[in-house]
Design a protein around this ligand. Sequence first.
Ligand code: SF4
Length: 206
Amino acid sequence: MHSPDLLEVWSEAEIVPISALEHYAYCPRQCALIHIEQVYEENVYTLRGAALHERVDEVERLTEEGVVLEYALPLWSVRLGLMGRADVVGFLSDGTPYPIEYKSGKRKVKYHDDVQLCAQAMCLEAMLQRAVPKGAIYYHASRRRREVAFTSELRALTEQVIQETRAMLLSGRTPPPVNDARCRDCSLIQLCMPEVIARLQREQTP
Ligand code: SF4
């Protein structure tokens, strides 16, 4: 679903899915494999993630400690050319939105998660005309939340990631593998073959 205003400003190809930001911030090649080449290899991480998302993938309202929770809320920003969906948005007693993203792993600071959450916050601000100063990542494995403040630095970084992601998606080109520690936890390692490609590149270098 697109906001009508979004398509007045951006072409369909220019609109960046919010989920692509997390992928790009983790590894641009991962983002290209998923969003350009449309591959998705299920492994234990993605299966657990999918199961988790199935649980929260229903639009319903709950009231918990005075916070109203909205699940699977559609999000967009005309200024940023972004669209996607929030796992959960809490509305505090004064109406302030508080985005919550669910992750299947343990509590850990990961800047690509923060970028995705910050993009959700900026969409909520644009849609609801309310300041969104903080949100949280909920880690299913450890049942813990990590609060994220949407600082000016994180907002600037998020805008940079949006621009870079859009440029890469429009280029239609998949970058070479990073072939570093990120690959160990990457759901696409079997398809990406980072070590094989890195070896071939070394062999072709004079
Ligand atoms: S295996 Fe490594 S290089 Fe390939 S997509 Fe995953 S993180 Fe990126």
